[in-house]
Structures are given as C-alpha cells and as structure tokens.
Ligand binder design. Structure first.
Ligand code: PG9
Length: 624
C-alpha cells in the first residue's frame, strides 16, 4: 500500500527539533508575598464571571482576617494584575499595592461577556428598567459576586469595598443601587454617570468621535480588538476625509457594533438616555454605604459624573456618608503622582498625598475593625492657582452669579457693556474646522498620545485665529477665586440654521513670569465646553435656529476650584468647531447630524453680542 511506501520517507523527511516554548509556563512564584487565584463566580442566572483574587501571604501583626476590595471591569482582569512582590509595586497599580501591603484582599472581576467571563456583553449595560427588561444588571452581578467572595475567599473579614475608575467607577455606582449588606464602602472614581450628558459620548449634544476607537477596541470582540486602522497619520485629516461621523462608521464597518447603532439612533437626550441617567437613579436608593466620589478638574473623559452624582445625592444624605474629592487631575490622575499636569506644577504630589492621607484612612475606617474614624469633610477640593487643599462643607462652594461680560474691542470685565460696537463676527467654515489641539492629532488611544493632558494645552495657537473671538481682562489687581461650575451665557446670531458654540474660560499667565519663565503668557484652560445650538431650548429635542436672529446659548462649563492670581488676566474664547474631538455641525439644520450630507455643510457668519440688553457673559461662581 502507498502508506507503507511513504511512511519511512515521511519519517526521513521530517526530523524533529525540541520546541523552546513549553506547553504551559508555570510562574516560579515561591518568592512572591501573595497568592494569586483565578476563580469563576456563579451569578444567579447560571453565568460564571471570571475573577483574579490576590491575597497577602502574611497579614499585618495581630490580624487574622482581611477585608476585600473589589474592582469590576471590562478591561481584562488578568492584565490588571502583573507579577512580582507587592512591595515591588510591579504587581498592581500604586494604590492597590498600598492596599495589598495593608493586608487587603484584592479581587478583579471581568464583567459578563468580556475577557474570561461568560455571558453576553452589552456596553454600559443599563440597570434593570426601560432599557434592560432582564432581571440581570451590574447591580445584581456585583451583589452575587460579593455574596460569593465573602463565603469563599479564605480569611476574609466579611467586609467589602468597591473601587474603580471611569467605566469601572460606573460599575461601583451601579452596585450602590442595590448594595449587598457586606458592601461597606464605595470609591467611584471619575465614573461614567451619564454618557450623553457631558461624560464620554456627547457634550452639550455634540458627539465625541473618539468613542469610535473605544467601541471598536472594546465591543468588536470578547477580548481587546486593538487599534482601529487609519489611512492618515493625523486624525484631523482622517475625520475630515470621512466627511461625517457616519462616513467614518461606514468606512470602518462600525455599524456592526450595537452601541454605535444606538448612538446614531439617539442623537438627542431622549427617553433612552434619560432612563439610564445614574444621577437620577441613585437617589432612589436609601444611602447606606460611605462613598467617596473622585473627580478631576481636567478630566478629559468623564468630567461630569462624579460631581453630578454627589450633588444629586447630597440632599438625601442624612448621615453624612457622601464625600467628594476634586483634584487637579486628568482622567484617573489621582492614581498617579499628581505633581503636575502638562507644564502646570502643583507644588506637591497631590495623587500620592490623596491616596495615603485620605483614601487609605477612609477605607480602613469602613473595612478594618478598630481603625480610627476618617474625619473626612463632605468636600475636599484642591484650589489650583494657590495650590492648596480646601475642606468644604458642600459643592458647589459658590453659585455662578457674578457676570464677567464681553466688551467691545476684546475687553472682558465685571461691569456690563455700555457703549461701543454692539457685536463681533466671525466666519465658521466647516471645511476648515478649528483643531481642538495642535496638529498632527494622533488617535486618542494610540501609543505616545498625550490625550490625557489636552485640557491644559496652551490656547495661544487659537486665540489669534479669525474664526475665534477672544476677550480678556486687564491684569488682575487682586485674586479672583471660583469654586463651582461657571455658566456660559452667550447671545449670538448665525446666518445658518444650526451651529455649535464652544466657550473657554482661560487663565492667562503674566507676559513675564519670573517664577516660571516657560509659562510666561501661557493661556491655561480652566473650564471649556461646547453646546450644540439645536439643543439651546432643551437637550431632549432638536430645534432649528432661526437665521440672523439673536438667540441665547446658556450652558454650564465643568466644575473647577481655581484662583486667578494677581497679575494674571482672565480670558474667554468663543468658536464654533472643535475638531475632530467633536463631529462638525453642518450649520444647516438636518434632523439627525449623523446623517448630514456634504451639501449640508455650509460656511456661516456668526455674530456675538455685547450690547446693553444683549450682554454676553460667563457667569462665575466667585467665592466672596
Ligand atoms: N471613559 C472611558 C469610557 C470611554 C468610552 C465609553 C465608556 C467609558 C473609560 O475610561 O472607561
């Protein structure tokens, strides 16, 4: 037979060589000071969720049990945990090694449908309700997880804390709507609380196109799908060539992703988004869990959520369990040193100090019996400018009641405008949108991207553009301190029937700054945001703008605690695009901007008024 003839040949033709890669590599972990266990945790519907549990081999002297800190995540629990001794800080991120050294047990769990967990993935799976008719949500999954951990993890003391940043912070917030009795403390850091309302996906109704990279990476597969392809190095070119948000979606096949379709189908703040707003859902549950909401003044992703949730809960907080910390941080910056952001220095390691002096005592007080009370004030806020921490009784510390008026000739002052030209005008050309930062603009999550610092970018490259209006005060003779959310109150007319308004509140450093010469003349953004004009009368419905008729555009800027120091100036810039962070407004009203066609994109002239009776201003929450 042929096989008898070929067999000796095959043996002769295929000599073997031993592979260098073993079938399975077992970590040599005998020197590690912790144990690392992967577990599958059963949920009430039979789905198992995968978690990694780290426990210190020896507990601090005098202790026989330890509390559990749980982080639930769509970002791959296994990859959140490295290798090496806890002391080497190679194992987990900074604050987590601190906890491990303090004897805490750490559990990282993949949410259902992601990475090692079973089940289906729904992005930001809504809590049970109109958008989620099933009985399963992140609150029940957190409950079931805590139930299992407290009954199965050796040497745990029956007390659990939850922590997480961003999406993971949202998961902490969701667990608070149905808290397991063993949940004793919660740290929602930079949480997504309302992705339509100024967290990740929309700001003032304008769509943030960076979401597409995220949804591809997260939702295209159970694991991480990696970076979405590009034909151009500069995202400004990439998105301009795509024509519109939907053009980019079509080019990349992103309509296959469920959440991308939901974004397209719900451009306004309709019932779909309203039903998920955690700041309205959270206050319906009695407050029983001490909670510390972490916010960053320059959070480039979820600048809304933490403060919105705290403000919504505070009136219901009869036992003083709700706390807010507002630090000078980018998204998640509290977990870094926090000594600087871009070129701005804060005179101390704000992140490190916060973790050691605030976070750990707060957790210990709730989780380690016998620990002293944390004595944390309701609000701890870092005042930038003076670079000092402040203990506050509530937030905001001041209402936006002091008008800073635009004046003729680029002036800005606390006195209402009296005389002079009544308005300034600029041409907004959607074929040449204003870049939101200096080009080339790299994809947000690309290697080497400095996306996390962009909210402190020097605004000088934009202030002299003919399509940006710039107003500034004289150098201040005394400090102006603000603590709250400034409100833009702009009166403007456009020759188009839709349009965006970007308002930037800026601290202009002295022309010659002997203390920091490299910052001389720096235009530091303090609070900036955008409003899509079609939503000027309500986010739940789009309404065309009547051409050439002055309209009021009133919207809140992000929360800040800042002192404009003597010798500095305050500046306001106004413009009508911020690309490609936000999709372009065609400036012609179309029912759904995602469907705008090339012919809809029109050049328009915009007039901003600063006349008596038509005085545009930024309302500042000035602290007396
Ligand atoms: N802010 C992140 C996020 C982006 C997009 C959608 C949902 C969340 C995050 O870092 O988790």
């Amino acid at each position: 037979a042929l096989s008898t003839i070929l067999a000796p040949l095959a043996a002769h033709a295929a000599p073997s060589i031993a592979p260098d890669t073993p079938d399975t590599f077992h970590d040599a972990d005998s020197t590690f000071d912790y144990t690392r266990t992967s577990v599958m945790i059963p949920m009430r519907d039979g789905v198992h969720l995968h978690a990694v549990v780290l426990a210190a081999k020896s507990l601090p002297a005098g202790r026989t049990t330890a509390p559990i800190m749980l982080e639930r995540t769509p970002y791959d629990a296994e990859s959140m945990v490295g290798h090496g001794n806890a002391d080497g800080a190679m194992l987990v991120r900074g604050y987590e090694s601190t906890l491990l050294r303090a004897g805490y047990i750490l559990a990282f769990e993949d949410v259902r449908g992601k990475d090692g967990s079973e089940g289906d993935y729904v992005n930001e799976r809504p809590l049970h309700g109109p958008d989620n008719p099933t009985p399963i949500d992140h609150a029940t999954d957190a409950w079931d997880t805590i139930e299992w951990l407290t009954h199965n993890v050796p040497r745990n003391n029956g007390r659990v804390g939850m922590i997480g940043t961003s999406y993971d912070g949202m998961l902490v917030a969701m667990a608070l709507t149905h808290p397991h009795p063993a949940l004793k403390v919660a740290i929602p850091a930079n949480p997504v609380i309302n992705t339509w309302m100024n967290d990740d996906d929309f700001h003032g109704g304008a769509f943030r196109m960076i979401g597409y990279d995220y949804y591809y990476e997260q939702d295209a597969a159970r694991g991480d799908s990696g970076d979405l392809w590009r034909n151009d190095y500069d995202d400004y070119t990439t998105f301009l060539h795509a024509g519109s948000a939907s053009g980019f979606v079509a080019q990349h096949g992103l309509e296959q992703l469920g959440f991308v379709r939901k974004l397209h189908d719900h451009p306004a703040y309709d019932g779909f988004w309203q039903a998920q707003a955690l700041e309205t859902i959270l206050p319906k549950t009695p407050i029983t869990v001490p909670t510390l909401w972490i916010a960053g003044q320059w959070d480039q992703e979820d600048m809304y959520g933490a403060v919105a949730a705290f403000e919504a809960l505070r009136p219901h907080d009869t036992h003083g369990l709700e706390h807010l910390v507002l630090g000078p941080w980018h998204h998640g910056g509290w977990a870094s040193s926090g000594a600087s952001l871009g070129p701005i220095q804060f005179d101390s390691s704000t992140g490190l100090w916060f973790r050691q002096s605030v976070l750990l005592p707060f957790l210990n007080a709730a989780l380690v019996p016998g620990s002293p009370p944390a004595n944390l004030p309701p609000v701890l806020a870092f005042q930038t400018g003076t670079n000092t921490w402040q203990h506050l009784g509530n937030w905001p510390a001041a209402k936006p009641s002091r008008a800073l008026y635009l004046q003729p000739d680029g002036g800005l002052s606390f006195a209402a405008p009296a005389t002079g030209p009544a308005s300034d005008a600029y041409v907004s050309d959607p074929q040449k949108p204003i870049p939101y930062r200096l080009r080339p603009i790299r994809p947000t999550y690309a290697k080497g991207s400095t996306w996390h610092d962009w909210l402190v970018d020097d605004q000088r490259p934009f202030s002299d553009r003919t399509d940006v209006l710039t107003y500034e005060t004289a150098p201040l003779d005394h400090a102006v301190t603000i603590a709250g959310a400034p409100v833009a109150d702009i009166i403007a007319a456009t020759t188009g029937t839709d349009g965006d308004f970007v308002v930037k509140l800026i601290d202009v450093y002295p022309d010659e700054d002997p203390d920091a010469p490299e910052l001389s003349g720096y235009q530091l953004p303090i609070a900036m945001d955008i409003l899509r004009g079609r939503y000027r009368h309500g986010f739940d419905h789009a309404e065309p703008i009547p051409a050439n008729q002055p309209q009021t555009y009133r919207f809140a800027l992000p929360n800040v605690d800042h002192a404009f120091l003597p010798g500095h100036r305050i500046m306001v810039q106004i413009q009508s695009s911020w690309f490609p962070l936000y999709d372009r407004n065609p400036q012609t009203f179309v029912p759904n901007i995602f469907d705008a066609k090339p012919k809809d994109f029109r050049k328009v002239t915009i007039k901003v008024f600063h006349a008596p009776g038509q005085a545009s201003a930024v309302m500042l929450p000035v602290v007396p």
